[in-house]
Design a protein around this ligand. Structure first.
Ligand code: FAD
Ligand code: NAP
Length: 327
């Protein structure tokens, strides 16, 4: 049976932004509910080594870090809901959302921390061969390519890390980048260039992935030279698309101001969105930094902004406890 969950602070997303907002919200007595979405723990759960989150002298693992954040949020009084929001009504307070489960979530304030999703090349052959040789997550699928030939597409931190990660499984890794320089951090570039099992093909993009067999599986890719337009075919077993992420804001289009790139704009120096009582934090509002630590930082800001909003709000708020009613 569907249930209605009410809270003073409803948080969508369980990445570093959402969980940090939850820690601060819970400690402020707001009994937050976090709706985790289809990727509990967010993007860091699909990576391995995290070397730049402050506080750890040793290299830590992304999934472990997110587990710790979740435990900390729960420990101070957050309730986690394993659900994915599919509809939102922001036209009046309290705000009302519907989950994939059919459950209803009602929040006096809403913190949007829905982060970002992997970008794809949008080729018909990519769509057809997803899960059949084409992937957007080396740490999830890399194991299937032990001893095989793989390519990684992209020139940012993710692509370089995915290429380095794939050397755990494969001796033949090629990074394909559309320009002649990478945008990845220098320290990652140095590791990439020094690795004997990685080669880089500059100024190339994927024209089409090539599949064969029944059921069809990836066997090659046609690469286009971005300077001459020439096409060359290379044989391969796996391709990892690592060309960045797009903010997860489909749900809010037409209901809340969203910019041309899909990000949620906030009043500078705050987490306030175009609707009073709705706050945004993390990658969903940040097209510049997009780091775990900045997501956590803006998550803190969102919780503090929501707390201030509630203190100043002129309407009867929900009690400071998680409320559940049968619908
Ligand atoms: P996300 O981590 O994207 O989390 C979004 C959350 O929203 C998820 O829990 C998802 O399930 C939820 N959600 C989405 N839609 C809905 C919905 N409709 N209803 C409910 N919930 C929803 N950063 C670093 O600082 N160091 C690193 O080493 C590093 N490595 C990375 C490696 C990879 C492979 C990738 C992809 C990113 C890496 N980053 C790294 C970047 C970092 O992961 C992000 O900046 C950070 O996770 C953003 O946090 P977030 O909370 O804003 O969003
Ligand atoms: P990104 O920095 O946006 O890089 C995307 C890369 O893909 C760029 O090199 C871009 O090429 C290329 N690209 C984009 N669209 C393409 C297309 N259609 N065809 C071919 N190539 C395309 O994305 P990211 O690497 O996923 O990183 C996202 C954020 O997470 C960044 O802020 C990054 O710092 C952070 N992150 C941090 C770490 C870390 O700290 N260790 C690890 C991973 C990610 P151009 O260069 O030509 O634009």
């Amino acid at each position: 049976m569907a249930a209605t969950h009410s809270t003073r602070m409803l948080i969508l997303g369980s990445g570093p932004a959402g969980l940090t907002a939850a820690i601060y919200g819970a400690r402020a007595g707001l009994a937050p509910i976090v709706v985790q979405g289809i990727q509990p723990g967010g993007q860091l759960t699909i990576t391995t080594d995290v070397e730049n989150y402050p506080g750890f002298a040793d290299v830590i693992q992304g999934p472990w870090l997110m587990e710790q954040m979740q435990k900390q949020a729960e420990h101070v009084g957050t309730r986690m809901e394993w659900d994915h929001i599919v509809a939102v009504d922001l036209s009046q307070r309290p705000f009302r959302m519907i989950g994939d489960s059919g459950n209803i979530y009602v929040g006096d304030t809403l913190v949007i921390a829905t982060g970002a999703q992997a970008k794809w090349l949008n080729l018909p052959s990519e769509e057809r061969l997803k899960g059949k040789g084409v992937s957007a997550c080396a740490t999830c699928d890399g194991f299937f390519y032990r001893g095989k030939k793989v390519i990684v597409i992209g020139g940012g931190n993710t692509a370089v890390e995915e290429a380095l990660y794939m050397t755990n499984h494969s001796h033949d890794v090629t990074l394909i980048h559309r320009r002649d320089s990478l945008r990845a951090e220098k320290i990652l570039q140095q590791r990439l260039f020094a690795h004997p099992n990685i080669k880089v093909l500059w100024n190339r993009e994927i024209a089409e992935f090539i599949g064969e067999g029944t059921p069809e599986g990836l066997v090659a890719a046609d690469l286009r030279d971005t300077t001459t337009g020439a096409i060359e075919r290379i044989e391969l077993d796996g391709a990892f698309v690592a060309i960045g992420h797009v903010p997860a804001t489909e749900l809010f289009k037409g209901k809340l101001e969203v910019d041309a790139d899909g990000y949620i704009p906030v009043t500078p120096g705050t987490s306030r969105t175009s609707i009073p009582g709705v706050f945004a934090c993390g990658d969903v509002m940040d097209k510049v930094y997009r780091q775990a630590v900045t997501a956590a930082g803006t998550g803190c800001m969102a919780a503090l902004d929501a707390e201030k909003f509630l203190a100043e709000a002129d309407y009867e708020a929900a009690p400071a406890a998680h409320e559940v009613e049968a619908a």
